[in-house]
Write a new protein. Sequence first.
Length: 490
Amino acid sequence: MIKNKIISSVLITTTFLISSCSFFDPKYERPKVKAPALWNSQDKNVEITKNWNLTKIAWWREFHDPVLNNLITTALKDNNKLQVSIGNILQANAEINKANYGWLPTASVGGGGFVAQAFDINSNSSIPQLNNVGTQTAGGSLVGIIPSYTINIARQFKLGEISRLSKKMQVNLKNTTRLSIISQVSAAYFSLITAQEQLKLQTQMVNQLELLFYYAENQHKLGATSPMLEEVIRQQLEAQKGKVAMIKNDIVHFQNTLKILMGRNPGKIVTSRTLNDINADIKVPVNLPSQVLENRPDVGIAEYKLQTANANIGLARSQFFPSIDLTGTFGNATLALGELATMNAWAWAAEAVAAVPIFNLSILADSDKAKSQFYQAYYDYISTLQKAFQDVDDTLSERSANEKNYTKQTVSLKSTERQESIFSKKYSSGAISKAQYTGITLNVIYQQMQVNQAKLKSLISIVNLYQALGAGYNVDNYVDPHYDNPAFDK
């Protein structure tokens, strides 16, 4: 009878599982978001670059700067936040193992008493009764391993699915961190190089203003000019001296930023190139809008969140699925009735229970909650994707604008330099004073500083564009943790 009940329970469970597959495992479909056919700021080289696998392109190496290359390589290996991301992946792996182990029975060592019924294997009765001739009740005790196996099949499937999605999400979070590190190191390095150049120019400007102030002061003493000119120059001089201090502070800040990004203590960064040595004329690689789906880790994270929310609906509904409990005992048993050992019979003890919480309405509330979370994740995915499209289009426009601005500022500098050449000849011929010549020299310095700022913006726009395209995070992809960490010795 017990055997028939177990078989019936299994059949009911199987039928319930098959008929309710979509209920426990709702189908996932990626939201249909129409991608733009082309970017508004489309690059003419798109046909050449659209098939590039940008995630594996070390675009920063196109600048041919060994210091920059070394900074990024070190940061991608030793950055502390990146190690935190790797730690999160290790935790996700542990959760996957935990879900896998959920299919295995647990066991404990224990002891206790039992009452068993012996069945005569020759008995014709299929239903043992207390007063049957072929049966006898016996008492005893046992010591041994007690395995317990309670499983909700639908729940275990969903827990495994969610744990695997969690790992994929953590991998994408690591990729997001890597993408951010590459961008931050590049931007900080270019800013450092620019600040060092600006410090030189700012010092030259202060020196020229001091010279101009000296002339104005002497002319005022001679009565050739009013004190107003002297004070105007003094005002400019003191303001420019203040900028020297600010630029020095910026240099310290950028150096410390680079050190921290590399997982080091704050300190100096030794550079070997000037801003003029860095090539800002880098080809702009543009993938088609649909390929942003595959490149950007934040889009991947948003979709994994949506898939997890979909799986959580099945997890909530899995509470309706019958939980099957099987328990047995293996070990040494001592029978209270010695004659039981000589009987032509076998002793048994078994239990099989399948329970379906049909009337637990709180499960419906859990299902509704999971569906509302899916609703949120659905629109979060669409929002993330549209934001990704916007980022790429914005940075393409930014790149184009900054490139043109840098070109125009360079043309302006050349014009200022030609003016300085003309004034130099006039000064040499005695047509103008030293003070007048110093004034045009200040204009050249100022315009050179404008060119440097324009070039920095152009370089940063390249960095922003590659980041928006999700480029480079699969280069030097160190996946192993630091095994010298004390955690591995515990």
